[in-house]
Design a protein around this ligand. Sequence first.
Ligand code: HEC
Length: 235
Amino acid sequence: MSKSLRAGQMMLARTVAAVVLLISLAACSAAIAAEPDKRLGLGRPATPEEIRAWDIDVRPDGMGLPEGKGNAAKGETVFAAKCAICHGDFAEGLDRWPSLAGGLDTLKTQDPVKTIGSYWPYLSTAYDYIYRAMPYGNAQSLKPNEVYSIIAYILLMNDIIQDDQFELSKTTFTSIRLPNEQNFIEDNRPDTPTLEDGDPCMKDCKPDVEVTMRARVLDVTPQGEDKEAAKGAIE
Ligand code: HEC
């Protein structure tokens, strides 16, 4: 056996060994995926408290809502103390801060006013967003009873409820439907094909695409008249 043939065989044997090692490592890491990586000494499993702190989403069917209750009469006081400075006493919005009420029948106009009452499809988003993000600068500080009360107050300001004693709670929450819900429709268009799905070209396609010049070589900066026109546009 020639020297180079033997070297070649050894290389092959080593490659096979390396591939076998890689495959078994991959199998191992899949098996211990839930555990922190002991080899690197990084991380630890999340504690149940940490998972609870992250798990705050509220869904349209009411899933995720905490226990608690509130009405608009109570909400008015909390809103005045914690929200009105930006959103106005009646949730109408101050200066450039967003309004949370009104705007009904403006969606088709030049200047639509999108509020919880006029635009949002589900009330669950109000719970989710207000607890998650408000008051601005002190997010996730509100207690469930405060959030329920504030939302009842916002509903009153939007004329969606009329009774300031109506008790909004986990049980009554999904009885409230927002006026614009039916205008949110499922986007059932097929996904745009990607190259992996096959040829994305539909018609009049070039048989071959070739790169003829690079932008950094090709001078694409407008010259002469174009430059004057561009200047005029800015002035
Ligand atoms: C310091 C000013 C400030 C305070 C106080 C504040 N907000 Fe906001 N709020 C904002 C700003 C700014 C936004 C827009 C944030 C964005 O678009 O990222 C916003 C957005 C919102 C929205 C979403 C509006 C929309 O249609 O997009 C809601 C709902 C809301 N706030 C409720 C509240 C409630 C309830 C309180 C009181 C608990 C509160 N905010 C307190 C400034 C404030």
